[in-house]
Design a protein around this ligand. Structure first.
Ligand code: UT7
Length: 323
């Protein structure tokens, strides 16, 4: 018997503290016009002192479990995608597992920076297809604003904090049936690791470090790599661009979203956009956008949803889901 993964619930959580572009202009040589024109970002959420990645992840998880109408006791795996874990160890996933009152199953983190959610979704989907898990909680959670250099205007205006989650459930399918997660596609190219990285870590200098990025270069690779991986996902399922109902992309830059939508022949209305309000929340951005579009009724059963992301590593990937 073959299994597929159905997304049976989504959830998200944002810190309540908002930082607008106007507030950034007060302490930085930048302008609302530059930020909006070059990125589409108008505001971002900032975690308060003491508000941890695991706390955001836990709230998103609770919302997803409620939507899925299952309890944490039904889960057999918790995966957290994050590049800003609470601690060097243990994994943030084990902390969330404990917060959910679970002492069974397994929990671990996945680190693929902004592609983290797609990577974690792929890992979870493969656990389910292999028959090794029935109910899996996949979370993307970040407090990116804690690893920013607030004097570097080229990066600090771009990021925000938040968390999103999905609950995957195994469903038996007939051979060839196209339902749930149809396929996931992951890539990386470590030669390009210096385009987007953090200049510290437990295995090098023992510091947490700050985010560094060659934005223009990353932008160039994002446009090319995302187009390629989206093509790969469609081809693998014998589908074409016109079959896509919704694009739920990683929210790094509105110009990248517009470029991808144009290449796919999608209208602006078919792209789920949160970058204006959330900025780039790294691994949290795709599940945050997904939850928004599910809760407001845009995404409906039977529709084809394309998720994609690219981030530090470089890493990139896509997932196609028949909702
Ligand atoms: O999530 C992981 C993946 N990340 C991404 O996909 C990010 C990809 N990159 C980008 O989104 C864009 O490259 C940025 C938004 C980061 C930058 O936009 P850009 O159009 O590529 O600008 P740029 O870096 O080429 O800089 C253009 C100018 C520079 O001034 P000069 O050298 O032309 O005089 C910068 O110094 O804009 C200046 N600049 C700023 N000006 C006002 C850079 N940051 C700012 C700022 N405010 N915040």
């Amino acid at each position: 018997m073959a299994y597929c993964s159905r997304i049976i619930g989504t959830g998200s959580h944002l810190p309540d503290q908002i930082m607008t572009n106007a507030q950034l202009v007060e302490k930085l040589d930048t302008s609302d016009e530059w930020i909006v024109e070059r990125t589409g970002i108008r505001e971002r959420r900032i975690a308060r002192v003491g508000e941890s990645t695991s706390a955001l992840a836990f709230q998103a998880a609770e919302n997803a479990l409620e939507a899925a109408e299952i309890s944490a006791q039904d889960l057999d795996l918790v995966i957290v995608a994050t590049t800003t874990p609470d601690n060097t160890f243990p994994s943030t996933a084990t902390k969330v597992q404990a917060m959910l009152g679970m002492d069974h199953g397994a929990a671990f983190d996945v680190q693929a920076v902004c592609s983290g959610f797609i990577y974690a979704l792929s890992v979870a989907d493969n656990f389910i297809r292999a028959g090794q898990a029935k109910n899996v909680l996949v979370i993307g959670a970040e407090v990116m604003t804690r690893i920013l250099d607030w004097e570097d205007r080229a990066t600090c205006v771009l990021f925000g904090d938040g968390a999103g989650a999905v609950v995957l459930q195994a469903q038996e399918i007939e051979a060839g049936e196209q339902i749930g997660i149809l396929s996931t596609h992951l890539h990386s190219d470590g030669k390009l690791r210096d385009l987007l990285y953090v200049d510290g870590g437990p295995g090098t200098d023992g510091n947490v470090g700050k985010l560094r990025m060659l934005g223009r270069e990353v932008f160039r690779h994002a446009v090319t790599n995302l187009a390629a991986v989206v093509g790969e996902a469609l081809e693998a399922n014998g589908l074409s661009q016109t079959d896509i109902d919704w694009l739920v992309p990683h929210q790094a830059n509105k110009r990248i979203l517009d470029g991808t939508a144009r290449k796919l022949g999608l209208s602006a209305e078919q792209v789920v956009v949160t970058v204006d309000r959330h900025a780039n929340t790294s691994a949290a951005s795709v599940p945050l956008a997904l939850d928004e579009a599910v809760r407001d009724g845009r995404i409906q059963p039977g529709q084809l949803v394309l998720m994609e992301a690219m981030g530090g590593g470089l890493t990139w990937g896509a997932a196609l889901v028949r909702w």
